[in-house]
Design a protein around this ligand. Sequence first.
Ligand SMILES: NC(=O)C1=CN([C@@H]2O[C@H](COP(=O)(O)OP(=O)(O)OC[C@H]3O[C@@H](n4cnc5c(N)ncnc54)[C@H](O)[C@@H]3O)[C@@H](O)[C@H]2O)C=CC1
Ligand SMILES: CC(=O)C(=O)O
Ligand SMILES: [Mg+2]
Length: 371
Amino acid sequence: MLIGVPKEIKIQESRVGLTPASVKELTLRGHPVLVERNAGAAIGLSDAMYAASGATIVDTAREIFERAEMIVKVKEPQPQECALLRAGQILYTYLHLAPDPAQTQALVESGAVCIAYETITGPNGGLPLLAPMSEVAGRMAVQAGAAHLEKSKGGMGLLLGGVPGVAPGHVAIIGAGVVGTNALQIAVGMGARVTVLDKNVDRLRQLDLVFGNRVQTMYSNAHTIEEAVLDADLVIGGVLVPGAAAPRLVTRQMVAKMKAGAVVVDVAIDQGGCFETSRPTTHEHPTFVVDGVVHYCVANMPGAVARTSTFALNNATIAHAVALADKGWSKALQGNPHLKNGLNVCQGKVTYEAVARDLGYDYVPPDTLLA
Ligand SMILES: NC(=O)C1=CN([C@@H]2O[C@H](COP(=O)(O)OP(=O)(O)OC[C@H]3O[C@@H](n4cnc5c(N)ncnc54)[C@H](O)[C@@H]3O)[C@@H](O)[C@H]2O)C=CC1
Ligand SMILES: CC(=O)C(=O)O
Ligand SMILES: [Mg+2]
């Protein structure tokens, strides 16, 4: 199968869909790979490294989209990329469709076979192709939050870990999944006081066993969320209902009552965000202020540490890329129910139930499209 890797074009996005090592996995199995010139140059992955792994370097994304049978990317296709997709072509990347009707419409119209990293499941549960980026974003969330608590960034002028004789800041983390757990690790490491909320009590139990009295665990409901958010200096949103738009758990009224100069980092923004006041921002302009509260809502946080993120992502994506290339999409999906859960749009149909429900499409089960 001919595979294509265009250079990412989202603002300040330097990750790349395949590393040279991943390219080699594919070329060694007889699958030719086209890589756009300079696709990995910004993170030290040169065209020469790709060529040494057997890739052919091509000058334009247009040529890659025209020729490749499978496109491997990182971020959701931007409008000019959607316009280049072809019927029957495989698109293997993050999509985050539920909060993005325009992209969904474009993918439906393309007729392409669109497999979303973020809804592929794992044999032990969880979302193994989302997890590495959630690890990155969860760790970064505390870093970003701490930086924006500084006066020069609009915050209240608070050092998260405190100093001897002065109390540390309070970090409230909503969602105790991969983002939440990684944020918690860093916040505890920095010496902050930490509260973590989730609806999944088993998850809270596990964190309690590991972190003991260094974190306070709370069952998540409207009451506990309000209590935690109003007392917090930094609130991190990391909730997820897989594939669906994020629940708006922190209301505009709660934000209005937060401390002046507090910071919220809405990691769940790529699924629409869990603060009513959130809207997506970019690494170029990462924050805005509502009612005196600094909002950091960057939808591609791992793009800021693109080198680490690219290697971590490829560790999780390459096995399915190889299966898709070896078997073709239909056989690969028939042979693996977890990969099948990644199919969001296929040949003009919406094949992921939560996306169909949130955006008002008819849901077509993937099995009806597998030959
Ligand atoms: N902005 C960015 O750059 C990035 C964003 N993300 C996003 O972060 C979000 C979280 O991802 P993961 O941690 O991997 O998901 P996860 O599935 O590991 O964890 C989500 C947690 O949210 C909890 N949850 C669901 N409803 C809740 C509620 N009402 N109250 C409290 N907790 C609730 C679940 O029980 C689960 O423990 C996703 O939307 C993901 O796409 C991930 C990576 C990068
Ligand atoms: C998960 C995601 O959206 C990202 O890594 O940008
Ligand atoms: Mg994102």
